[in-house]
Design a protein around this ligand. Structure first.
Ligand code: COA
Length: 156
């Protein structure tokens, strides 16, 4: 996909990015990941686990975390800084992620999304993701998630 911001660079997350990533994480989610999850992933990188950021000059404007196991990609986290939303950055992050999963042999992509997250549902629907099943209380009591999936070619 064409980069909506030519000045935005998609690159591997570095430990020095953690503070800015956590600022976005904390504003983006009611139950944010703890910094130690990112720290451990960056300190002891697993070959199948990927942490990327979208960087605009010195500023982190979004990030994505995903895993590729055999032929399955699993998207764990994707967020865009509030000040940079509605400009196509999530589409760019997601499209680039799907390209990397495809390049590594992935044929199916899965993710969980809060049933109440209207913006994320709209994003994933645009990319051809379909609801597979409901996971009750996935994000905590009363906070259910849908498992979404799509074929890497966007064929459901
Ligand atoms: C969801 C999120 C990643 C979207 O980021 P973004 O950069 O604003 O998204 P984009 O500008 O690329 O928009 C992509 C599509 O998402 C949908 N979307 C984004 N924000 C939306 C909103 N506030 N309401 C409804 N749909 C929205 C639209 O379908 C949009 O496509 P369109 O512009 O053609 O209508 C961002 O709102 C965010 O970080 N939210 C908090 C974290 C989160 O929910 N992450 C996903 C968890 S799985």
């Amino acid at each position: 996909m064409e980069n909506p911001f030519p000045a935005v660079v998609f690159e591997k997350m570095q430990p020095a990015d953690l503070q800015q990533v956590m600022e976005i994480e904390n504003e983006a989610f009611t139950s944010p990941w703890h910094a130690s999850y990112f720290r451990m992933g960056l300190r002891n990188p697993k070959p199948n686990e990927h942490f990327y950021v979208a960087r605009l000059d010195e500023c982190i404007v979004g990030y994505v975390v995903f895993r590729i196991v055999c032929d399955e990609g699993h998207l764990f986290n994707l967020a865009v800084a509030a000040a940079y939303r509605r400009r196509g950055l999530a589409k760019y992050l997601l499209a680039t992620t799907l390209e990397i999963i495809a390049a590594n042999g992935g044929t199916q992509v899965f993710l969980e999304v809060d049933v109440a997250n209207v913006a994320a549902h709209s994003l994933y629907r645009q990319f051809g993701f379909r609801i597979c099943r409901l996971r009750k209380n996935y994000y905590g009591p009363g906070q259910d998630a849908y498992v979404l999936a799509r074929g890497i070619a966007g064929d459901g």
